[in-house]
Design a protein around this ligand. Structure first.
Ligand SMILES: Cc1ncc(C[n+]2csc(CCOP(=O)(O)OP(=O)(O)O)c2C)c(N)n1
Ligand SMILES: [Mg+2]
Length: 573
């Protein structure tokens, strides 16, 4: 087969069912295989950044990996933000770009971004784990293999640049599928569990778990639940991993960190905690409330991660290297006296949890969820969405004040149904993430919560959803503002506040012009009916349905612990 066909065959053999792309001259040889490889659908995006976010969404929702194609040079440059986001969120994305033929590098050929031209490998290098140019068809199989295994082993995007002459050249041997173990390659340090963790748990009573997006897939979420239930361990999650233990579960504390719940804040920062078990969490600024020292328990933090480089940062921790899913399986199923002793202290943890839960609502300011103010209170917009969304809905949330509203007032009751690019936090990710996720799980309803500012970035991907009959419900939290910035700007000056204004855009008209259906909602009393009708319509008509929800930009965000931590930090640094 030819090089381009070989690449598509490999993608199909790895059970990746959709690829996302923007076409162009350097990719022409892919067009045939993209439309003739059984098992692979090809989706044309509006922008290569959109294609790369779609690949990220597909990766998160499928548990396999995502693939984005673009031309070398401009196509690759357009992908950099999305790939940087995938790298920050440890998502598995392979970017593939066509390049000028090796024989014409550096001669002034149109769009030359080879090493002798604009050198897109060097541009993309910091946002992917590894980037290779397959300059000879003889190395294409090993280059592709190296990039896939690297991506899977390290959970980071990689990039393949494929010159057109290599795309057209003959590959002699067929692709050998990767072993299943390549998808969860890190061995578990069982000794660390046996020699360090179990002795500690035998004598510890007050133990809390914090689970992050490193708890991957159904297996990880299920093992987390069994572990929590067997030992009565309350579980908080990061915002990115919201719902990895269903937030309606009796042991769930909800989100800890940015936009986190009152229960999680109180339980994790409780000075009586002896051991904090951290599963697949990068203990970064947002996940720790500015590295709040009160997170450090009296005995130890135990940090389980497949990536040893995040362990011990920012605080010393008992290291357990391994897939969190594997560690949780081992902990949940342990059959020895230490496990029995730990299970025996379960009532103490349950009692502490009951105290927190009995002290009031999980959320801050729960009364805002029923506010009848106009413009609509954002807490009400989210609460009504949760009340009316069909069971199992996957919610994708963008970057801005709406991230805090959704993070706080949405209840994620099923693992893997809350997707958001939290670490780099690039505006515009959520809509293409949702499109990609839908291609992995077309059986599930998908909704997007997005700001009007984010719509200005990648809102045109609504056309992609319309074109491919993706039944998304897109809620534009329309405050005619870069709302998150407004909070800081309006205290500077009126002129500064105006820099955060967004004109009164008719998002419903915009949506209709792209082939989507749309409704504008200004009265909170209409929300429930509008949401219900939108989900029904999207499902029946197989079209995206956009809701332009007119909300109040000045409502104070439910991020009190975060703001307190910020002020504390600023006072001391
Ligand atoms: C690509 C990118 N540019 C700028 C920012 C900084 N930023 C964070 S939130 C925000 C405003 C978002 O506006 P909107 O989507 O309307 O959301 P709102 O805050 O109003 O809910 C900006 C400009 C960012 N996160 N990403
Ligand atoms: Mg806005």
């Amino acid at each position: 087969v030819r090089g381009a066909e070989y690449v598509l065959d490999a993608i199909a053999a790895e059970s990746v069912g959709a690829v996302f792309m923007v076409p162009g001259g350097m990719n022409d040889a892919f067009m045939g295989p993209m439309t003739a490889t059984p098992g692979v659908r090809t989706v044309v995006a509006a922008h290569e950044g959109g294609a790369a976010y779609m690949a990220d969404g597909y990766a998160r929702a499928s548990g396999r990996f995502g693939v984005a194609f673009g031309i070398g040079g401009p196509g690759v440059f357009n992908m950099t933000t999305a790939l940087g986001s995938a790298r920050s969120d440890r998502s598995r994305v392979l970017a593939i770009s066509g390049e000028v033929p090796t024989t014409l590098e550096g001669r002034g050929m149109f769009q030359d971004a080879s090493g002798a031209g604009l050198d897109d490998l060097d541009v993309i290098r910091p946002v992917v784990g590894r980037s290779l140019a397959a300059e000879d068809v003889a190395t294409l199989p090993s280059d592709l293999r190296a990039l896939l295994t690297w991506m899977l082993a390290r959970n980071e995007p990689t990039h393949l640049s494929l010159p057109t002459d290599v795309q057209a050249a003959e590959v002699k041997t067929p692709w050998t599928p990767l072993p299943a173990a390549a998808y969860s390659p890190t061995p578990l340090d069982q000794d660390a569990l046996d020699d360090a963790v179990w002795p500690m748990l035998t004598s510890a009573q007050r133990v809390v778990a914090l689970a992050g997006s490193g708890v991957r897939g159904d297996r990880g979420a299920d093992a987390l639940r069994r572990f929590a239930e067997r030992f009565g361990v309350p579980v908080a999650t990061t915002l990115e991993a919201k719902g990895v233990l269903g937030e309606d579960h009796p042991l769930s504390l909800g989100v800890f960190g940015y936009a986190g719940s009152r229960w999680a804040t109180e339980a994790v920062l409780d000075p009586a905690v002896e051991v904090l078990l951290v599963f697949g969490v990068d203990l970064n600024q947002r996940n720790t409330l500015y590295w709040d020292e009160r997170m450090r328990p009296t005995t130890a933090i135990v940090q389980v991660d497949s990536d040893p480089t995040v362990i011990g940062r920012p605080w010393p921790a008992v290291p357990v290297i391994g897939e969190p899913a594997a560690a949780l399986e081992a902990l949940a199923g342990a059959a020895h006296s230490a496990a029995d002793a730990f299970a025996a202290t379960s009532p103490i943890r349950m009692a502490a949890l009951q105290t927190v839960r009995a002290s009031g609502d999980r959320r801050y300011d729960p009364e805002h969820q029923t506010s009848s103010q106009v413009p609509i209170h954002p807490a009400r917009a989210i609460a009504e969405l949760h009340a009316t969304a069909p069971a199992g809905t996957v919610l994708c949330v963008d970057s801005g004040a709406h991230r805090a509203w959704a993070g706080h007032y949405w209840t994620a009751d099923t693992p893997g149904r809350y997707l958001t690019a939290t670490n780099l936090g690039p505006m515009g990710a959520a809509l293409p993430l949702a499109i990609g996720a839908w291609f992995a799980r077309p059986d599930l309803p998908h909704a997007v919560v997005i700001g009007d500012g984010c719509m200005l970035m990648h809102g045109l991907e609504l056309h992609t959803a319309a074109r491919y009959e993706v039944p998304l419900v897109v809620i534009v939290m329309n405050n005619q503002s870069y709302g998150n910035i407004w909070f800081r700007a309006h205290v500077v000056s009126e002129a500064a506040a105006h820099l955060t204004d967004i004109p009164d855009i008719d998002w419903a008209a915009f949506a209709r012009s792209l082939g989507a259906h749309a409704t504008t909602v200004t009265d909170p009393a209409d929300l429930a009916a509008a949401y219900t009708a939108a989900f029904d319509d999207a499902r029946r008509s197989r079209r995206p349905h956009l809701l332009d929800v007119r909300i109040d930009k000045s409502a104070a965000k439910p991020t009190t612990p975060w703001s307190d931590a910020m002020h504390e930090w600023e006072d001391h640094h």
